[in-house]
Design a binder for this molecule. Structure first.
Ligand code: FAD
Length: 405
């Protein structure tokens, strides 16, 4: 009887999981009639989330059907809303929401990613934009372009970015020039970052901070540190210290949490809702279930470091999870996931970028050179492989030679 590997989610981790599973089956001359790989996601598209702070966010999605056809992966359009680990099946809601289906599995990879957290702050849901999902980034972009039709005012030309972490810094650095392209080169624009912590980029640590501070200051981005957004309304935001900022645009960027589907697995989770997985990315106590990318927290080395919710880790974790779910069905040994090199590349808009290495984030590159590297990563390195079976399988090898390892 045909067996089935189901991968939930067509993001970085899911795409590489499906390819790596198909690759290992191919290497063992196992046909799709014996074990099929099925990818379930709302759309057969890879949304390049790390680029959603850029201009024209609607372009940041890459079609995947050609790649899936070339590698024998079956795509099912829908959203998984139920995982039954006893019956070994998932419940799927069709894209229109009108019909439901059930699909059984012999091996499962959960790769449904993460979502921006929207805490219960008055007015947040009604009056803030975000760049977490592609449709949200497009909505912000359309709103920015519509500002030019509004009567001139300081509030029209002001954007508040709530959250001064990685994403908040990247969009804030981009916004002054983006606003001037829309409102005119002479427009007096204000971009203000509001960050609860005493420092900008609190999770990035002190290493890259001087560069971030210099870049934001030279770009004219203001920072309000040690205060949080207390209330949002149609005219702007009120901060925890009582200050009111009039702004027609507020972008919420603070906090991300793993997909809710992680709660359906009988497993321990961390404070971000990620499943604590074993070395081979298996969910403890579920021999045939793996979690990967933003849904999983895994050790990256033997020194106590664990994965971040990042593309850098999702790409590699995907390759290992897919390989290992297929290995389990084939009765082959699984591979322990390890990714000892760690680095960050933060875009700082027209100022450039900053790259760091190591968990203490020592700066290795900044300015224009760093920007060129960031653009290469964003527009080439993280994109899917060619829709060609040989190329795709070569790239899906978890032990292949790549810069990020
Ligand atoms: C603005 C922004 C900038 C970023 N910048 C960087 C950066 O510079 N560097 C970096 O390393 N990381 C960055 N990240 C983080 C990075 O994008 C994520 O860590 C990465 O996308 C995680 O990959 P993933 O495959 O686990 O999840 P995702 O990319 O979130 O993909 C999840 C997939 O699952 C699907 N899905 C979700 N729920 C279901 C369901 N119930 N049923 C079926 N399918 C489902 C989704 O449609 C999607 O296809 C950034 C993120 C954002 C938002």
């Amino acid at each position: 009887m045909q067996k089935r590997i189901v991968v939930i989610g067509a993001g970085f981790a899911g795409m590489w999981s499906a390819l790596a599973a198909a690759r290992l089956l191919d290497q063992h001359d196992v046909s799709c009639d014996e074990i099929e790989v099925v990818m379930i996601a709302p759309e057969p598209m890879l949304v390049v989330r790390p680029r959603l702070y850029e201009d024209v966010p609607g372009k940041m999605a890459v079609p995947l059907l050609g790649l899936f056809d070339a590698t024998g992966i079956r795509f099912v359009a829908g959203t998984v809303d139920r995982i039954d680990t006893v019956a070994r099946e998932v419940g799927i809601v069709s894209p229109s929401g009108e019909s439901r289906a059930t699909l059984s599995y012999d091996g499962l990879v959960l790769a449904s990613g993460s979502r921006l957290v929207r805490p219960d702050i008055p007015g947040l849901l009604e009056h803030t934009f975000s760049i977490d999902q592609i449709e949200e980034a497009v909505e912000l972009d359309q709103h920015l372009h519509a500002l030019v039709q509004q009567p001139k005012s300081e509030a029209r030309n002001t954007v508040v970015v709530a959250g001064g972490g990685f994403t908040g810094i990247e969009i804030a650095a981009e916004l002054p020039s983006r606003l001037r392209r829309i409102l005119g080169p002479a427009a007096s624009v204000r971009v203000i970052v509001v960050e609860k912590a005493a420092d900008i980029g609190p999770d990035l640590g002190p290493g890259p901070r001087p560069v971030i501070e210099t870049a934001l200051s030279e770009l004219g981005v203001e920072c309000r540190l040690g205060v949080s957004a207390a209330r949002f309304d149609a005219q702007g935001v009120v901060l925890s210290n009582g200050e009111r900022i009039d702004a027609q645009t507020v972008v919420w960027t603070a906090g991300v949490r793993a997909s809710n589907l992680t709660q359906q697995l009988p497993a321990e989770r961390d404070r971000l809702g990620r499943v604590l997985v074993e070395d081979d990315l298996r969910v403890p106590s579920l021999a045939e279930v793996f979690a990967t990318g933003d849904t999983a927290c895994a050790a990256t080395d033997d020194e106590g470091h664990t994965t971040m919710m990042s593309c850098q880790h999702a790409l590699e974790m995907g390759r290992f999870a897919g390989n290992n779910v297929a290995a389990t069905l084939l009765g082959q040994p699984t591979l322990p996931y390890r990714q000892t090199r760690y680095g960050t590349g933060l875009d700082l808009g027209p100022w450039g970028a900053v790259h760091t290495t190591g968990w203490d984030r020592q700066i290795i590159m900044q300015g224009a050179e760093s920007k060129a590297r960031k653009q290469w990563v964003n527009s080439i390195y993280i994109y899917p492989p060619l829709a060609d079976r040989t190329t795709a399988f070569e790239a899906a090898d978890p032990l292949g030679k790549r810069g990020g390892k």
